[in-house]
Design a protein around this ligand. Structure first.
Ligand code: 3HC
Length: 319
């Protein structure tokens, strides 16, 4: 069978909604696309812990602190889950980590913005996790088995993240004038970067068409962005806030909200490393990795000792 025949057969499996598993034959490009997307997704989860971790010690009460702690711990778990899914494609954890630390790999633009007020904890839950859910629910039907299965668990926890964020903002929206102003100011800062989370427009996305064909993606970037806007525009009314887009208005004919132009220069500037917090975020990750080297060494030494102990026990048994 030629490679062309195998690719043809592979596409027939995808079209028949079959799940691709690690041991199945797959086009090298399919493998590379998944390694790229899943590892960057994992990096986003791990780096995403930093903006929120910044507020754990400053939460206004124990209930808010425990919810935020639980959320940040969940993000760590999502990252490890996704690194494990990526490893099934033949890339090592060390390789992925060094791609992140060298700047070769990307992580979501949104985590390069500072979290300046407590309201940002709610806005991240509402908008960032809201956008993540919009994007991750279809990934539960991704053609690659390990990624789809990881997403099922991640999405369950993501909905708690979004819910606790929205509830935090709802509390602020019923609070003092200062609290309502803090809420509006936070949404003003995070609205547009959240819209950018879905990636470049479909016409500028180099990967979307192929990822749709391989059913890695079930919706395009613009389709998910539109769903996000339609949901948030309605939820903003409950929070009694104004989304910072003068062009946002319901279009009866389209059955969707129209919205203003996204500043793609800002998007690419941040993605390419020149956002408000890029250096700080990457620096924090590199430092944590270096300071955690002793834990990895201890775990490796323990595993080697355990393997040796088991070997001796097996030899004793055998004689
Ligand atoms: N931030 C940084 N880079 C982005 C980006 C973003 N928001 N959106 C797109 N890019 C990059 C892509 O990685 C790609 O660069 P690369 O070729 O070097 O990887 C380039 O821009 C072109 O974008 P495409 O849309 O063509 O690329 P994709 O087909 O990969 O689509 C994506 C981008 C929609 C983000 C897709 O990768 C995806 O769905 N990833 C899985 C979900 C994910 O990673 N979400 C990130 C947030 S996780 C999160 O929010 C956790 C929550 O718990 C807080």
């Amino acid at each position: 069978m030629t490679t062309l025949d195998m690719e043809q057969k592979f596409q027939e499996r995808i079209d028949a909604e079959e799940r691709i598993e690690p041991k199945d034959w797959m086009p090298e490009k399919y493998r590379q696309t998944l390694i790229r997307q899943i590892s960057q997704h994992a990096h986003s989860e791990i780096v995403g812990m930093l903006p929120e971790g910044n507020w754990i010690t400053r939460a206004p009460n124990l209930r808010r602190k425990t919810a935020l702690l639980a959320k940040v711990q969940d993000e760590a778990g999502h990252g490890l889950y996704l690194y494990a899914a990526a490893e099934t494609l033949g890339i090592s954890r060390d390789e992925m980590i060094s791609q992140l630390h060298s700047g070769e790999a990307k992580y979501s633009n949104i985590f390069n913005y500072p979290t300046l007020t407590w309201a940002d904890m709610g806005t991240i839950g509402w908008l960032v996790d809201g956008a993540a859910i919009m994007n991750q629910v279809p990934l539960c039907r991704c053609s690659y088995g390990p990624y789809a299965r990881a997403m099922v668990r991640v999405c369950k926890e993501e909905s708690f993240h979004q819910r606790q964020g929205f509830e935090l903002l709802l509390t602020l929206s019923k609070g003092t004038k200062e609290q309502r102003e803090m809420l509006q100011e936070s949404v003003n800062r995070f609205w547009w970067p959240s819209m950018m989370m879905f990636g470049p427009s479909d016409t500028d996305s180099p990967h979307t068409a192929q990822s749709m064909k391989w059913k890695i993606k079930r919706f395009t970037n613009d389709e998910l962005r539109q769903k996000f806007v339609d949901v948030c525009a309605e939820q903003a009314k409950t929070l009694n806030i104004t989304l910072p887009d003068p062009d946002l208005k319901w279009n009866e004919e389209r059955g969707h909200y129209d919205f203003g132009a996204i500043d793609w220069d800002e998007f690419w500037r941040v993605v390419k490393g020149d956002g408000p917090c890029n250096r700080e975020r990457l620096g924090a990750r590199v430092r944590a990795h270096e300071e955690g080297a002793w834990v990895r060494e201890a775990a490796t030494a323990f595993a080697a000792k355990e393997a040796q102990r088991r070997q001796v026990a097996e030899l004793r048994e055998a004689v």
